[in-house]
Design a protein around this ligand. Structure first.
Ligand SMILES: [Fe+2]
Length: 229
């Protein structure tokens, strides 16, 4: 399913990826999804997107940053997909992520946002500035317009949400790439689309053994609950 030859704890590049993550609180994994498996995963995501819900509102608890996107939440994915929960719980992937993070990575059990699909569809669609309640997000890119079309992740490690307007790290990735992000302390967002084009991602949320949760915000429920809270 994925390039386990590159992305395993003993691989040639594993320690380089680990030190990149330790320094910058994110790391890209180019070509993570194996080319021969990608069409099957893409078809599964497109099938699940038939159940997606439109969101268009400002998230009060995150400085009123916009959410203009389509979402498929964890409960829907659990009901309709075996493939995505299987990837989420794949012990080899979790072991690899644990190596990169330097701590034991653990899946969540029934959170509505433990696995979700997010899709930006038209110009100005965006997943605005925020932090996550959990410390790790592992994102598989399914469709991306590239830097010229917008829809790339932007981040500021240990930054304020407003720092994203100053000089964020930009992460333009392409279909089948993945990235890992330390999401509880990194201000992050998906930049607005500049044209009508699809930017689609599977977001997998994990915690770590020693993570001490802060107060859980209302943001995950507002974005992913069946009816807007
Ligand atoms: Fe996030």
């Amino acid at each position: 399913m994925y390039r386990s030859d590159l992305y395993h704890p003993g691989s040639e590049i594993a320690d380089e990826l680990k030190s990149h993550y330790q320094r910058l609180h994110h790391v890209p994994f180019p070509g993570f999804v194996a080319a021969e498996f990608f069409p099957e995963l893409k078809a599964e995501v497109d099938r699940l997107l038939e159940q997606s819900r439109r969101r268009d509102f400002l998230m009060e608890c995150m400085d009123n940053s916009p959410r203009r996107m389509n979402v498929v939440n964890g409960h829907t994915i659990e009901r309709l997909s075996t493939l995505i929960p299987q990837i989420y719980n794949d012990q080899r992937i979790i072991d690899f992520l644990s190596h990169v993070v330097g701590e034991k990575v653990l899946p969540l059990t029934d959170d509505i946002d433990r696995y979700v699909i997010n899709q930006l569809r038209k110009s100005s669609d965006t997943f605005g500035a925020h932090y996550d309640d959990y410390p790790l997000s592992f994102v598989l890119i399914m469709e991306s317009p590239g830097i010229e079309g917008g829809g790339y992740a932007e981040m500021v490690p240990n930054g304020a949400l407003s720092d994203l307007d100053v000089n964020p790290i930009k992460l333009p990735l392409k279909a089948a790439d993945a990235y890992l992000l330390k999401t509880d302390t990194t201000a992050h967002r998906v930049a607005p689309l500049k044209v009508d084009v699809l930017r689609t991602a599977i977001n997998l949320a994990y915690t770590t053994e020693n993570f001490v949760p802060r107060a859980i915000t209302e943001s995950a429920n507002k974005l992913y609950a069946e009816e807007e809270a």
